[in-house]
Design a binder for this molecule. Structure first.
Ligand SMILES: [Zn+2]
Length: 134
């Protein structure tokens, strides 16, 4: 969808406590997104269909199904890790899994002219918050 809107060059809010917050839904696909389709054990990127969700602390050993305990894993790594922790399997994690930060519900495509005028205000707080917060 394309819209044409007249927008002010700069609106500066020094305090605003009603930022729309949106929790990133905990889902298989969002875990893949957070981990950038990269197996957290062998560090290679895969197609979605070749990936699995791995419980860092295995489920039957009390590991929860939460952002903090699941990672993206390729099928061979998933299989070879089995029911062990990364330490036991000697398969260190690429990144410690975390809950991703909320994302703004709108992403603005900046036109060049605006981008320059806004740069000063935007540099310290880019809108796009990386999922997974590395
Ligand atoms: Zn792997």
């Amino acid at each position: 969808m394309h819209l044409r809107l007249r927008v002010p060059r700069i609106v500066l809010l020094t305090l605003y406590d009603r930022m729309p917050r949106k929790e990133v839904k905990f889902s298989r696909n969002n875990v893949f997104e957070r981990d950038e389709h990269t197996c957290q054990y062998c560090r290679r990127r895969f197609d979605r269909k070749e990936l699995n969700i791995d419980h860092v602390v295995p489920r039957h050993r009390g590991g929860a199904t939460t952002w903090e305990n699941v990672v993206c894993s390729c099928l061979p790594c998933n299989r070879s890790k089995g029911n062990r922790t990364p330490e036991e399997a000697r398969m260190p994690l690429l990144r410690h899994p975390r809950r991703p930060r909320w994302r703004p519900f709108v992403e603005v495509q900046f036109r060049h002219s605006y981008e320059n005028a806004w740069r000063h205000f935007l540099d310290s707080s880019r809108w796009r918050v990386e999922m997974g917060e590395v």
